[in-house]
Ligand binder design. Structure first.
Ligand code: PMP
Length: 405
């Protein structure tokens, strides 16, 4: 799932950036940068459009705003205390989350979005291949005592496109294992046949899967977690829109972490709050290497207030799920192949012309969806579930595009 050049955040080796001479450091400022960073293709977030009136269905944001009580709590907290540092361990929020999940605050770490926690996990649990880039990484420069698994960040393909970037940033060995055509989680024997590493230092599983939206049954996840010797991080970013979750596995297996976010289900992308649940030893490891004040004070206040407004959010989950069903059926009627979704987006294979052409034609009609250029998903569009009005606009654009074809 790679970037479009237009969106590219980082420049590759062929960069046209003007060379700046740095006496004593080689030819240009580029030489000051570690090769691993110089050669990196950074993660590319979905477009945040500058054009007004676009129907924005490209980044899986919640179509509904935060609860009025949450907005009121944030406003109330905007006063002279902004000069103070926030609670460094998000203590009150962790206590509330522990009550919510039936565990202890020591089982929980809060992050600046769950992305931060995913990144901390690579640094806490995976050895970097010292001095080697992942592309040319060979086993020769690692100590003979350590197996390649200790350097390995494993994930399924397709899944969240940040994982290989995190592995590359850390200098770890990325290991992508292809899902089948239906994007379902495979059995242990099927994974084994695909050279799955049951000892990988870190395995990320997006559950429900993104970008396909496909759910992973809890019992199958348990079988996988039980067989895995290294850390397994179950990334449950979209789980509030699903029929089941696997949070209990983080409290039963010492090597399992579950990450959650307030971004999607709790409409707080803007404030960046996520958390991980797991064994206190793993949580403590993540805690040691995070920034001291990683979660800002307003974000802590907002997340705490969200947990007091669960009825409001649960009603929104039901609305999103109903719209997902409606949109899936309507698009199927238009000839789209729709993957079954357990998330707040759907993954569809459009009819008549290629998915990237659909992306453009929808954009011309002011509807923004997401397309990924990677070979295994380039035939699909990922469409976030919007409000009823947004879903209507999308369907009207689809109808017109098909009529004009
Ligand atoms: N996991 C998955 C699968 C995601 O799609 C996202 C959002 N891009 C995240 C984690 C991170 O979410 P956040 O950092 O906003 O908590």
């Amino acid at each position: 799932m790679r970037s479009s050049p237009k969106n590219a955040r980082t420049r590759g080796p062929g960069s046209t950036r003007e060379a700046v001479c740095c006496p004593g450091f080689g030819e240009s400022s580029e030489s000051l940068i570690r090769p691993i960073v110089r050669n990196l293709s950074g993660y590319v977030p979905g477009e945040q459009p500058k054009i007004k009136c676009l129907v924005k269905l490209n980044t899986n944001e919640n179509p509904y705003g935060p609860a009025p009580e949450v907005l009121a709590a944030i406003k109330k907290a905007v006063d002279g205390r902004l000069r103070l540092y926030p609670n460094p361990t998000a203590e009150r929020l962790r206590t509330k989350l522990a009550q919510y999940h039936g565990c202890k605050p020591e089982n929980i770490i809060v992050g600046n979005g769950s992305d931060e926690l995913l990144a901390l996990a690579t640094r806490a649990f995976v050895e970097p291949l010292s001095g080697l880039t992942p592309k040319n990484g060979s086993s020769e420069q690692r100590p003979a005592t350590l197996s390649l698994s200790r350097y390995t960040v494993q994930f399924l393909q397709p899944s969240y496109s940040l994982y290989p970037v995190l592995a590359a940033i850390h200098g770890a060995q990325p290991k992508a294992i292809a899902l089948g055509d239906d994007f379902a989680l495979q059995s242990l024997s099927e994974l084994e046949a695909k050279n799955w590493d049951f000892a990988a230092a870190l395995t990320y599983i997006t559950t429900p899967n993104a970008p396909s939206g496909r759910g992973c049954p809890r019992d199958e996840l348990e079988r996988l977690c039980g067989a895995q010797k290294g850390v397994v991080l179950l990334d449950e970013a979209y789980v509030d829109f699903a029929d089941e979750n696997a949070l209990d596995l983080a409290l039963r297996y010492p090597q399992v972490l579950v990450s959650r976010t307030f971004s999607k289900a709790y409409s707080l992308c803007y404030l960046r709050v996520g958390y991980c649940v797991g064994h206190p030893a793993l949580i403590e490891a993540l805690d040691k290497i995070r920034d001291s004040y990683n979660v800002n004070g307003l974000a802590q206040v907002a997340a705490e207030a969200s947990l007091d407004s669960l009825d409001y959010y649960r009603a929104n989950f039901r609305r999103v799920i109903a719209s997902r069903q409606f949109l899936s059926e309507k698009l199927a009627d238009f000839g789209f192949e729709v993957c079954p979704s357990q998330t707040n987006f759907i993954f569809v294979r459009p009819p008549a012309f290629p998915a990237d052409v659909w992306l453009q034609r929808l954009r011309e009609r002011k509807v923004l969806v997401r397309w990924f250029s990677a070979a295994d998903v380039r035939d699909y569009l990922r469409i976030s579930i919007g409000t009823d009005a947004e879903v209507k606009k999308l369907l009207s654009a689809v109808r017109k595009i098909l009529a004009a074809s």
